[in-house]
Every structure is written in structure tokens, then in C-alpha cells.
Write a protein of this length. Structure first.
Length: 151
């Protein structure tokens, strides 16, 4: 029996097996909440992608501005993790919130999906400034990070 047809058949089977084991194009990543609060030192709306201990500590200083004692910075292992966050900025009353609800990894980027809410129109509340924020730790990712509002 000639070896060439057998070699070709083996090659086709190998290529077919490789093609069927491609990684999934999209996946949802797990994350851990580091802080989710209604008060922060970030008074402007902002998104965060922090990939170093230094940048995380600097962001935490601003977040904790005006608090005594200053809460300790949550530990993050930047060899394997990073911090992403969203700040809603200063708001005139309670009832506003912001929350990261999903991390979605595609072939090209990481999507941080967040939800922000406003108080009910008829809500009677104190005139107290708030500045909602949410920081999470996530698996380290070197590519582009895109923030999207949940629908």
C-alpha cells in the first residue's frame, strides 16, 4: 500500500482536529469587588484601568480623600490581576449608583459592562452630595479595555 495516501489522510485528520479545538471567541471573566460605595473622592465621571501597584495606590488615595482614618488599599496581585473601575462623579442627592456587572473578553478587547442608576423621580431625599464608585480586580489583560453601559 502506498504511503503517500496514508500520510495525506493523517495530515487531513490532524488539521481537522486542530480546527475543532480553537479557543472560544468570547468569554465572560470572573471578577472580585474591591469597593462599591456611594462616596468617593472622584467628583468627575471616570473609568479606570490600573495595571500597577503604584497606579492603584494613587487612585485609592483620591478615592479615600477626606476620610479619617484612611481605609487601607485592598491588596491586588498585579502579576496576574489588574483593577478596573467606574466612577459616576458627584451627584446632588442619594439614590445614584454605579456597578460593574460583567467583564466580557473578545478576540480583540476586554469589555467592562456597567450599570448606573438614578433615584426615582418622586423620591424625596436629603440634599447630600454623593459620588458613587465601583472598583473590581480582574484577570490581567494587556489589550484594549472598553467600557459599555448595560442596556
Amino acid at each position: 500500500m502506498p504511503l503517500l495516501p496514508l500520510a495525506c489522510a493523517a495530515l487531513l485528520l490532524t488539521l481537522g482536529a486542530c480546527a475543532s479545538h480553537e479557543p472560544a471567541s468570547d468569554s465572560t471573566l470572573s471578577f472580585e469587588s474591591l469597593t462599591h460605595e456611594v462616596q468617593s473622592g472622584f467628583v468627575e465621571p471616570q473609568t479606570f484601568v490600573l495595571r500597577s501597584d503604584y497606579s492603584w495606590k494613587e487612585a485609592w488615595k483620591i478615592h479615600a480623600r477626606g476620610r479619617l482614618p484612611v481605609p487601607p488599599t485592598p491588596a491586588v496581585s498585579f502579576q496576574t490581576e489588574m483593577v478596573v473601575g467606574v466612577a459616576l462623579g458627584s451627584r446632588p442627592t442619594p439614590g445614584y449608583s454605579i456597578e460593574i456587572v460583567r467583564l466580557h473578553l473578545t478576540r480583540d478587547d476586554l469589555r467592562v459592562v456597567y450599570r448606573d442608576t438614578e433615584p426615582e423621580v418622586d423620591l424625596v431625599g436629603a440634599q447630600v452630595l454623593t459620588a458613587p464608585i465601583h472598583f473590581v480586580s480582574a484577570p490581567h489583560f494587556d489589550g484594549e479595555v472598553i467600557f459599555e453601559r448595560a442596556e
